[in-house]
Every structure is written in C-alpha cells, then in structure tokens.
Ligand binder design. Structure first.
Ligand SMILES: Nc1ncnc2c1ncn2[C@@H]1O[C@H](COP(=O)(O)OP(=O)(O)OP(=O)(O)O)[C@@H](O)[C@H]1O
Ligand SMILES: [Mg+2]
Length: 445
C-alpha cells in the first residue's frame, strides 16, 4: 500500500478513524528494522500513556520474541539484528529538548495533530545518519484530523499537495519531498471483515463528526473551540472604517513563540468589534515589536484609545547585579509615549474564553442564513487570526477553556483586548445591522 512503499521523505497518512494508520506505522518500523540491521527508529506520540495504549502492547503481540524483545526500562524494542525501535513522547512543549543530541535513522509520528509545529520541526532535525546503508530521510506520520496541530498539519500537506502527489517542500521548511496519502476506513481490511456494520454505525454520528471521522474531512473536526467558526460569517473584505468608530489594540507577548498584536475598531454604542490589522511572528525583539506597531499606526494617522497587554509583560527581570530591568510593558510605554494609554489586561482565562465564545456566536435560520450576526469580525487581511482561530481546541480537562498547546497567540491578543474593553455584562449587539457585499455592517443605533 502507498504509505508503506512511499519513497518521499515526509509522508502523512491521514484521515478517517480506524483505517489502520497506527498499525501501518508499526509495520513500517518493523520492516525497516529487519531490512537494515543496526537501525535506530523512533516512534513518537504526544504522551507516554498514549504510546502504551496504542503501540507498546500491540507491537509485542505482533513481533515474535525470536526476532525482538521489549525492554521495559528504556521503552525500546530491541531486535536480534541490533536494530531498535525507541518509543518516545514529548508531552510538554519543551520536552523535545530531551532529544537534542539524539540521532534517528527514521522517525515516525502517530497522531501528528497532537504535536505543535515547533515540536515537529525540532524533532525532524534529529533524523540523520552517517550509516553507509542509509536510504535517506524517512519521516512517516499518521493522524486523524483535529488536535492542537490540526492547522499546521493541514497547511503542510493537505493544502499543499493533491493526494498521492510527491512534491518538494519550500526550503525554509526543510525542503524535503512530501506526500499526503488519504486514509479511508475501508483501508483496513481486518476491521471491514470483522465489523462490516462499522461504516453504518458511524453514520449515526452528528453530520460534522461523521464528515471528520468517517470521511476524514479536514475542514471539520470535533473539539474545535469555536465550533461555529465560519469564514463567510466572521471574515469580511476590508472596508474603510467610519470616522466615529473607536480604535483599540491588544498584545500577546512572545519571542521564541510568535508575538501577536491586533488592531480593532468598534462602532459607537455597540459591543461589536472588527479586527482590522495584525502583526504576528516569532523572533522579533521586544522593542522592535512595539516600534513596528507604532510606526504603522502613526503612518495610517490612527488614534488608538488604549492598548490592552498581556499581564506577564509587567514582570521585571533582574540584571546580573540584581537591579530590576525594564519590563516589556515599560518598553511599550516608552515607544508609545504621548500616543496612547497602555493597560494591563487580566488573565482570567475562563472568563475570557466565555466572552470570546459569546462574541463569536451567531444564529442562523434553518436554511443556514445568519439571523443574529456575531460581534467579532476579522478583515480578510488578518491571516494569522483567520488561520489560528478555527484551529483552537477545547482543553480536555477544562472544556470551558481553550487548549493552550495550540497556536493561541492571536486569540490571546484579542482576548486581552475584549476583557478590558467589555467589562461587565456585554451589551446587546448593535440593534441594527445591514448586509453588504462585505458582510455585516453595524449601523449605530
Ligand atoms: N493490515 C492489517 N492487518 C491486520 N490488522 C490490522 C491491519 N490494519 C489494521 N489492523 C487492526 O485494526 C485495528 C485498527 O487499526 P489502527 O489502530 O491501526 O487504526 P487507526 O487508523 O490508527 O485508528 P485510529 O484512527 O482510531 O487511531 C487494530 O486492532 C489493528 O491491529
Ligand atoms: Mg491510531
């Protein structure tokens, strides 16, 4: 089958539940170990528990002891021919650094959408070898849609390639050849034979879940925090902001991870908000973040009422003499002197998440036409907001909040602003609104 025999460097086998994806990964690992004596193969899942449940027991049943034995302490399947399969995980974002000196001939990921992009990018750099027989990089991943990494996985494979096509990825993403192989429930002959009613049973799921689970549709998935996200409702073409709308900004700090700055405009007497500009990216120096944001604002001749910022930006680090240094908030205050007020937002996560849900929600008539519009809109130019909002997942342990393992920086910047702006009960949405070719426009009451 295509996944097992693929010659591409980075292959994703993804889609429907139960297609035999995890089984296929183990088959690939075992085949490689037998073919190349002395091979080191790593099989990753996000948590150890998941590894144990899906792979560690299963593989011991699948590989006879005459070929390999499992070492409990090192979580390694050791083959008689010297090959090894390492069962590995990285539950915390930074657990990847446990592998910073590791070297694997082949790396496999199960449930890839459980990983963040940073983790994946780091781990694939550990796939290298100086062994004479090395056939080149083999990175193999299997996954269902959904999970914290849904957005980046979708853009790296599903949006980039047609199914089965092999194409080289961009140089800045490692430049390896990529392939996407769609997984269908019917790929698993064993399941089909043992439980022929399985497909029918899936049809009883709610339509969106059916599409994600049975058909492996990447445009819908469960666990989505903004489950009512709809680009034709929340995303609008940019329009000229009326003079009487007030402008505000929100900031989420980041350096190793992206920082996010958002600009928003609010029509008078409403609790609705249009996010009309964003600044986003990792590796930008703190002062540069503040300066860039100021420069575009000043160049556009805009007056900003206040900037609501990540409260962690008030932390003061100490220099080597124990003298407190300027906080990031101080840096923003310096860069924005005389232009606006800098406000420390609160970080009550659940309250913020509920407010965000409320602002994003909308209702439709049975034919799907919105009858009550949402109160939060995004200009089409705010690409990172539009990309990351639909990918945010519910926190499994605290379902009223988002899972912070996802790419939540744009979300946080908006959240800091709305918590500061809409204190107390949120007022009813604008009383009157009109549908324009650009979506909904609120007419001040
Ligand atoms: N080709 C095969 N031969 C024998 N057994 C198989 C085969 N493919 C899958 N199976 C069995 O079918 C079951 C489901 O397979 P698997 O767990 O790999 O599916 P999956 O696509 O990873 O599912 P999920 O989406 O739930 O993670 C397992 O018990 C597995 O051992
Ligand atoms: Mg699986």
């Amino acid at each position: 089958m295509a996944f097992v025999t693929s010659e591409a460097e980075e292959v994703l086998y993804g889609g429907a539940y139960g297609g035999g994806k995890s089984y296929a990964l183990r088959a690939i690992a075992v085949d490689y170990c037998l073919r190349y004596p002395g091979a080191n193969v790593a099989l990753f899942r996000r948590t150890y528990r998941q590894l144990e449940d899906t792979h560690i027991l299963a593989i011991q049943g699948e590989v006879p002891r005459s070929l390999a034995t499992y070492n409990q302490e090192s979580h390694t399947l050791v083959f008689k021919n010297g090959s090894r399969i390492f069962f590995r995980y990285c539950e915390q974002e930074d657990d990847v650094y446990n592998y910073d000196t590791a070297e694997f001939d082949m790396i496999l990921f199960d449930e890839l959408t459980g990983f963040t992009y940073r983790q994946y990018a780091f781990l694939i750099s550990r796939c290298r070898s100086t062994k004479p027989w090395w056939p080149g990089r083999r990175i193999r991943a299997a996954t269902n849609p959904g999970g914290v990494g849904h957005a980046w996985v979708k853009s790296r494979w599903i949006d980039f390639l047609r199914p089965y096509e092999i194409r080289k990825g961009p140089a800045e993403e490692g430049g390896m050849t990529r392939q996407f192989i769609p997984a269908k429930v019917t790929d698993n002959p064993v399941l089909m034979a043992r439980d022929p009613g399985y497909l029918e049973a899936l049809k009883a799921l709610p339509p969106e879940e059916y599409r994600a689970r049975a058909l492996g549709d990447w445009d819908v998935y469960t666990g989505q925090f903004f489950s009512r996200w709809n680009p034709s409702v929340h995303v609008v073409d940019p329009f000229e902001i009326p003079h009487d709308w007030r402008r505000y900004m929100g900031v989420d700090f980041g350096f190793a991870v992206p920082h996010a700055v958002i600009w928003a405009a609010r029509p008078p007497d409403t609790s609705s908000l249009w996010i009309y500009r964003e600044q986003y990216g990792a590796g930008v120096a703190p002062r540069e973040q503040a300066r860039r944001a100021r420069e575009v604002t000043v160049a556009a001749g805009e007056k900003v009422e206040f900037i609501a910022m990540d409260p962690s930006m008030w932390a003061k680090a100490k220099d080597e003499h124990g003298v407190p240094m300027r906080s990031y908030a101080d840096i923003w205050k310096e860069e924005w002197t005389g232009l606006t007020e800098i406000v420390k937002a609160d970080n009550e996560r659940v309250a913020g998440a509920l407010l965000m849900q409320e602002l994003m929600s909308w209702t439709s008539s049975p034919d799907g036409k919105p009858i009550v519009p949402p109160r939060l809109f995004f200009f089409r130019t705010c690409e990172n907001c539009i990309r990351t909002f639909p990918s945010l997942q519910r926190d499994e342990k605290r379902p009223e909040d988002i899972d912070t393992q996802g790419e939540d920086h744009a979300y946080d910047a908006v959240r800091y602003l709305v918590r500061t702006l809409f204190q107390g009960p949120v007022r009813p949405a604008a009383r009157r609104y009109i549908e324009t070719p650009h979506g909904y426009l609120v007419i001040p009451a």
